[in-house]
Ligand binder design. Structure first.
Ligand code: AMP
Length: 213
């Protein structure tokens, strides 16, 4: 099964993707994560990617499509796409890629949330730099900022600050929000209220997936 998670920044795409992976054994492809990993190289491209990410702008379609093609071509099982596609060009290129591979897109899960709630989540978001697990300090009772799985100290993402969040949100409204009607017209969109608790959101996702063949 191929799933797209479509949502504003900090709506919980990464968290829901992790639930999907553990229940359905799908491959999780997060373009944001792939980009953050690629930043460890000290070259011109990394510098440009970092500048764009910290300015809340999109990284070029060419870089993203190259990353995605490599990941999808090696995925035998279904994939859950987190953070891709983020504009119309990427959505169309993805359709063509799937066609070439003889596959189809099964569903687009749109996690809807207000800007205010998303911003609050962004402020509490921490990730484990070792295993990638995502936490929220506002929702979990944690005495120390340590990963429950591997005990590494949790970190905040560099772009998780109020100023960059506002820019990311603007970019989302301009470039990504129009994909809602793009997928609605294709009959692929399912909307979920993502302001609810993460377990409740996942229950809704499970219900939706159980209706798909
Ligand atoms: P995310 O981890 O999904 O919040 O993405 C973090 C940042 O990576 C975004 O603000 C963009 O700068 C960049 N990025 C992630 N995915 C894409 C994409 N599909 N197209 C362009 N830029 C992306």
């Amino acid at each position: 099964m191929n799933i797209i998670l479509l949502a504003p920044p900090a709506a919980g795409k990464g968290t829901q993707a992790q639930f999907l992976v553990s229940k359905y054994h799908m491959k999780h492809i997060s373009t944001g994560e792939l980009l953050r990993k690629s930043l460890k190289q000290d070259d011109e491209i990394s510098k440009e990617i970092k500048e764009r990410m910290n300015a809340g702008r999109l990284v070029s379609d060419e870089i993203i499509l190259d990353l995605i093609a490599k990941e999808i071509e090696t995925a035998k099982e279904g994939v859950v796409l987190d953070g891709f596609p983020r504009n119309r060009v990427q959505a169309i290129e993805y359709e063509q890629l799937l066609q070439k591979l003889g596959q189809k897109l099964d569903v687009v899960l749109y996690l809807s949330i207000s800007k205010e709630v998303a911003k609050k989540r962004m402020k509490g978001r921490r990730t484990c730099p070792t295993c990638g697990k995502i936490y929220n300090m506002h929702m979990e009772e944690m005495l120390e900022e340590l990963c429950g799985s591997c005990h590494t100290s949790l970190v905040s993402r560099e772009d998780d600050n109020e100023e960059t969040f506002d820019l990311r949100y603007e970019t989302y409204m301009r470039e990504t929000d129009p994909l809602i009607s793009f997928y609605q017209e294709k009959g692929l969109l399912k909307q979920i209220d993502a302001s609810k608790e993460k377990e409740e959101v996942f229950k809704k996702i499970e219900q939706i997936l159980s209706t798909l063949s």
